[in-house]
Ligand binder design. Structure first.
Ligand code: XMP
Length: 525
């Protein structure tokens, strides 16, 4: 099916020319659109919807579990990076999936035996990296006999004691039947001031558990959360193409990962196609996004030969990338997105535009060119949800942001070397940098959303599919570019909203329902 913008790109292709974001503008059009009514629904992959089309990059200075939780709570998705062991990455996935546990029933809550020692339970907790501290306690028949919490562990000085002597016994607990609704459970817990409400079958065996902090989180802003059919946040994870790929995916699937991303610098290679095929063959129900590519034929190969459920486009546009500079290969990002989308248009597989987004306008342009989602590293790199410390450089608060192909990332991680097909002697294809600290990612996403709505209003599109239909572009000269930016004035620093000035970091974080890293252990109590 032909679209308006196709002629623009076809003409350019005839001249063997290509464009990137700052060389084009979208044509405006007749509009009856009310901005708040615009739908920003997109897809990251064939079966992974997004309420906002934003994806955080699979980079070790961008997406760990905290960023992934934030992104999914804001309607997008985070791709957990892979510069860590598969086991640890699976643990990150579990933290996201467990963040909004409305009712813990399927799989059932983790229970411990009353005859185990406190020491044994603590060791098991460490070994399995459980992100929570409380356990239901059962007897030899699986019947509920009590609960042991973080506080019980703390006050149990002699760790060789049996759990049944340190726990809160069943007689002191409030329990409910599995028929109780989520709302009724919430109300009962508020009324009884109980942080946990175990669910018990008629025969006394454990049927499930409600945790109050989970219910509170799940009830705040629920309509924007990107959740799966069980009500848990969606999350993706990056994988490689090496021998252990199937075992890696299995670990992630055990924690109910929603999408895996075969994350490489050159997706149009036999080893990538082979890895995608193997994962799809072994786990046909799991969505696999593959990349990165920048040519139409490459995108088509990924879905036809590889059977990928999503194609990630972008070779060298990223802010920390030096691939194009050091290899002389790649394609400017607007043209790359359009070429790839055109090649897979009738397949039902969406394109994710990855890299090069440095202004809000780039988000709209990437979507208008044909993407259904936009992956960003730099845009989110300065936020408090990224892994890593906030540093001070020349009096400014900054965070580290580095390319996955940078010298330090390659030195630190085999996965980074594999992404760029490098061995122990490596040639970097990325740089290390710092970016200004930006506060909460919710503010960044909120602003991006506002500007995206405005853009769709100017085009006269009420949704991303309609933007795909209506988008048409004009190429602009450097003079046109100059005119587009503020000019002939001395720009004063932007006024900071009084609300933003008044909020301390912690308050801002609490506002979003998050807690500090130090409090993370308490999340699941
Ligand atoms: P932005 O522009 O959002 O780009 O910061 C993020 C994307 O850049 C890719 N990436 C790299 N590309 N060398 C590269 O050529 C690198 O070292 C590198 N590290 C990340 C990646 O696709 C990411 O999502």
């Amino acid at each position: 099916m032909e679209r308006r913008k196709d002629a623009f790109f076809a003409e350019m292709e005839r001249q063997r020319d290509a464009v990137t974001f700052d060389e084009v503008l979208l044509k405006t059009g007749y509009s009856t659109i009310e901005l708040p009514k615009i739908s920003l629904v997109g897809r990251f992959s064939r079966n992974c919807p997004l309420k906002r089309p934003f994806v955080s990059a699979a980079m070790d200075t961008v997406t760990g579990y905290r960023m992934a939780i934030a992104m999914a709570r804001l309607g997008g998705i985070g791709v957990i990076h892979r510069n860590m062991s598969p086991k640890k990455q699976a643990w990150h996935v579990a933290r996201v999936k467990n963040h909004l546990n409305v009712r813990i029933a399927d799989p059932p809550p983790v229970c411990v035996r009353d005859t185990a020692t406190v020491e044994e339970v603590l060791n098991e907790r460490r070994r399995k990296r459980y992100p929570f501290e409380s356990f239901l306690v059962v007897d030899e028949n699986g019947k509920l006999v009590g609960v042991i919490t973080g506080q019980d562990f703390d006050f149990c000085v002699d760790k060789t004691r049996q759990v049944r002597t340190a726990m809160t016994p069943r007689s002191d607990l409030e329990v409910a039947s599995p028929e109780i609704s989520d709302d009724e459970a919430f109300e009962a817990m508020v009324r009884m001031k109980k942080k946990r409400l175990p669910l018990e079958n008629e025969d006394g065996t454990v049927a499930g558990l409600f945790v109050f902090s989970d219910l509170v989180r799940a009830r705040s802003g629920t309509n924007m959360h990107n959740t799966d059919e069980r009500g848990n946040l969606r999350v993706a994870a990056a994988i490689g193409v090496g021998d252990g790929v199937l075992e890696h995916v299995e670990l992630l699937l055990n924690e109910r990962v929603d999408v895996v991303v075969v994350d490489t610098a050159h997706g149009d290679s036999e080893r990538v196609l082979k890895a995608v095929r193997r994962v799809k063959m072994e786990f046909p129900m799991l969505d696999v996004v593959a990349g990165n590519v920048s040519e139409g034929d490459s995108a088509r190969r990924l879905i036809e030969d590889g059977r990928a459920d999503g194609v990630k486009v972008g070779q060298g546009p990223g802010s920390i990338c030096s691939t194009r500079t050091v290899t002389g290969t790649g394609c400017p990002q607007m043209t790359a997105i359009h070429q790839c989308e055109l090649a897979v248009r009738d397949s039902g597989v969406p394109v994710c535009a990855d890299g090069g987004i440095s202004t809000p306008a780039h988000v709209t342009l990437a979507l208008a060119a044909g993407a259904e989602s936009v992956m960003m590293g730099r845009m989110f790199a300065g936020t408090k949800e990224t892994p890593g410390e906030t540093l001070f450089r020349q009096g400014q608060r900054v965070k580290v942001y580095r390319g996955m192909g940078s010298r330090s990332a390659m030195r630190d991680s085999r996965a980074s070397r594999e992404r760029y097909s490098q061995s122990d002697k490596f040639a970097p294809e990325g740089v290390e940098a710092v970016v200004p600290y930006q506060g909460s990612v919710s503010e960044v996403v909120g602003n991006l959303e506002g500007w995206l709505r405005s853009s769709l209003g100017y085009v006269g599109a009420s949704s991303i599919p309609e933007l795909h239909e209506k988008a048409d572009f004009r190429r602009i000269s450097s003079e046109g570019r100059k005119e587009s930016d503020p000019h002939d004035v001395t720009v004063t620093p932007e006024a900071v909203s009084s609300a933003a000035m008044d909020l301390s970091d912690d308050e801002a974080f609490d506002d979003e329902g998050f807690l500090d890293e130090n409090d993370a252990a308490d999340w699941y109590q």
